[in-house]
Ligand binder design. Structure first.
Ligand code: GCW
Length: 672
């Protein structure tokens, strides 16, 4: 059989990520029956045919023929459109899908399990996604932005959609991308940056064909396309004198424009909007609020079943550092909590997981608990803006797991993941035109894990990593490479946290690009003030008693837990409190000694990661299969940079606090 692959997985010079040919051996070497109609079932047939062409098996359409695997649409309505029942009986493994998308996800579940999917002890069960929309936001520009480059906060090269200001002529890589996304459960992509510049605005109108072309590549893998739009479009594109959301002409413009979008892309997902945020236009200019703004777009989308993702990332980025009453952490709740109940059903308020901005450690945003009558999506950042910029290994799933599992109203209450079932889970993408997709090859694991946690938020991050290792490095099966990757990656987020800003205080990064240490980098800028360190102590007083009152935005028990120094978790101490350097943490260490200790150990752990990677490669020499030479070299080079950068962080943070406090290290290590 020589069926050409629909996604062209052997793209020249592009790493197959978690779908190498070997991942299809278990299916491709068997007899597989596929039953179902439509584009997604066709994709499944093409996938199976391709796997069989590689590994010698057979694709069947006649149920009377003996088979080892049956993939069938229909017969499991309780599984839902995207769900499926996986079972094994009489030597046959079966996927019975609730709808065509379920067939696709069922196929990839079997791929993920490999040989185990054909073992007698395969656990039977119904699989369906916990969250309805599992979405990646690309911050891609069409043009190369003079400051931000082509992909804002992108660390993996240029856009896979556009090049030199034009759509890429060959979009086969987009098809392959859709395939990778389907294989980890992602079903929506917003193609362009939420900071919508002049060229990108036109994707909504005269450049809409480019969006349609991307949608055509992603559709066979069940991924719907969304578009970031500018709130000012009625003025900038429509030539109207206003973008006031309550103006009839503006409403009509959005309705007309949206109708054309659906005429061109019938399964278009909807709009994403960043408004009144960091200089973007929004409803405030017209004396309207964010519900007014979101609803005009929601109304335009409603007849077609589309949604607007309206971001809650609204704060004053022109603060005066002398003004101690303004607290950036409060902003989203101040703006959005009063609007609860005013948003249309198809308006989804999209909230960053923390109250500030994707720091390695933040409390969960109180907005998530504050808008019970609003559909809410939680936004994560897979791109590693503040977590090492894909130069550092930082496996983020353990952080996301904590966020998603956080119980907003105490142990008996609903979790963040429960609340997000209304809207979904969104993450800023970490993908670019780099041969490894994500710059750092190991950063692929973050993309994979995002999809898996959006599908099943209760998954164990180490188990997800294990899946990723098994798929991506088939030669690692149980061997030293698998162990090495766990050693390097399982704890890498906490390692990163140790050598960067301490105890939840955040930032301390170089302004602008946000890479590397700069303790006072933001302290006197208009973007917010983050640590208030002086000779006596450090941290931001966000209590109700003496600070900005931010703790009062949480429901019980958290409003009390965070308010009190006795109960505030250590890892968030400096986010909520300003304390003297001698303040004693729960393990008996003082804050200043904790800063020194964690920075020394964090930098040591980074060095240990590099040594572990070297050893894993040495396995090659002893005859164990390792990793491809190019990949090994890329990771080694980046680990060198991580080790260098971690030392720089250690020395700058330690020297800074030693100079402020005058307190020496209890163990006499050099503080510079
Ligand atoms: O984290 C900040 C980034 C900006 C980004 C903004 C946002 C797209 O530094 O580059 O803008 O968040 O989320 O809108």
């Amino acid at each position: 059989m020589s069926t050409p692959h629909p996604a062209g997985p052997e793209l020249d010079g592009v790493h197959p990520a978690w779908l190498p040919q070997e991942a299809f051996r278990a299916i491709g070497s068997r007899r597989t029956l596929v039953r179902g109609d439509g584009v997604l079932a066709d994709t499944v047939r093409a996938e199976v045919a391709y796997a069989c062409a590689l590994h010698g098996g057979v694709l069947l359409t006649d149920p009377e023929k003996p088979h080892d695997l049956a993939l069938t649409v229909g017969g499991a309505p309780h599984a839902g459109e995207e769900g499926f029942v996986l079972a094994r009986a009489d030597g046959v493994t079966s996927v019975t899908a609730g709808g065509p998308a379920g067939l696709l996800y069922g196929l990839f579940e079997v791929v993920r399990r490999g040989e185990a999917a054909f073992g007698a002890d395969l656990p039977a069960g119904t699989h369906r996604p916990a969250l309805p929309r599992r979405m990646l936001d690309h911050w891609d520009n069409v043009d190369v932005h003079p400051v931000m480059g082509q992909v804002e906060r992108g660390y993996a090269g240029g856009s896979i959609f556009w090049r030199d200001g034009e759509p890429r002529a060959d979009l086969s890589r987009v098809r392959t991308y859709g395939r990778l996304l389907a294989a980890c459960g992602i079903n929506a992509v917003a193609v362009n940056n939420v900071n919508v510049h002049a060229t990108e605005e036109r994707l909504l109108t005269d450049r809409l064909g480019e969006v349609a072309a991307i949608a055509a590549e992603l559709r066979p893998y069940g991924v719907r396309v969304h578009l970031s739009v500018s709130f000012a479009s009625p003025v900038t594109l429509g030539g109207l004198g206003t973008a006031d959301p309550l103006d009839d002409g503006v409403r009509a413009w959005w309705a007309r424009t949206t109708e054309r979008v659906y005429a061109t892309v019938p399964d278009f997902g909807g709009y994403v909007v960043k408004a009144d945020s960091e200089g973007r236009p929004g409803p405030f200019a017209y004396g309207r609020d964010h519900a007014d703004g979101a609803n005009v777009l929601a109304d335009a989308l409603a007849p077609f079943g589309g949604v607007v993702h309206w971001r809650a990332f609204v704060y004053d980025h022109r603060q005066d550092w002398r003004d101690r009453s303004t607290d950036r952490a409060r902003a989203a709740h101040d703006h959005f909590a009063p609007l609860d109940g005013r948003f249309r059903d198809n308006a989804i308020v999209q909230v960053k997981y923390g109250p500030i901005d994707f720091q390695p450690r933040e409390p969960v945003s109180p907005v998530i608990a504050a808008v019970p009558r609003t559909r809410l999506a939680v936004e994560l950042q897979v791109t590693q803006e503040y977590t090492g910029q894909q130069k550092h290994v930082c496996y983020l799933a353990p952080m996301w797991r904590e966020v998603l599992g956080f119980r907003l109203w105490g142990p008996e209450g609903r979790s963040v993941a429960d609340v997000a079932t209304g809207g979904g889970l969104v993450a800023v993408s970490n993908v670019g035109d780099d041969p490894y997709w994500t710059g750092h090859p190991l950063a692929q694991a973050n993309l994979y894990a995002f999809g898996r946690l959006a599908w099943a938020p209760e998954l164990d991050p180490a188990a997800v990593l294990d899946e990723w290792i098994g798929l991506t490095f088939p030669s690692a099966a149980g061997g030293p490479l698998r162990r090495a990757l766990h050693d390097i990656m399982d704890g890498s987020w906490r390692t990163y946290e140790r050598y960067t800003a301490p105890l939840g205080v955040g930032f301390m990064v170089r302004p602008g690009h946000h890479y590397g240490p700069d303790v006072d980098g933001y302290e006197y800028t208009p973007w917010g003030t983050y640590h208030f360190a002086d000779r006596d102590g450090v941290g931001v007083d966000r209590t109700r008693a003496t600070g900005t009152g931010f703790t009062g935005q949480y429901p019980l028990p958290w409003s009390e837990v965070y308010e009190s120094l006795d109960t505030c978790p250590d890892e968030l101490l400096l986010f909520f409190h300003h304390v003297p350097y001698g303040h004693v943490l729960s393990d008996g260490t003082t804050v200043i000694q904790h800063i020194y200790d964690t920075h020394f150990s964090g930098a040591e752990e980074a060095a240990a990661m590099r040594a572990t990677w070297e050893k894993a490669a040495a396995a090659d020499i002893t005859g164990e299969p390792g990793v491809p030479v190019g990949l090994h070299a890329r990771v080694r080079e980046l680990l060198d940079e991580q080790v260098r950068s971690a030392r720089e962080w250690r020395d700058q943070v330690n020297a800074y606090f030693f100079r402020k406090s005058g307190v020496p290290d209890a163990h006499g290590r050099p503080l510079h």
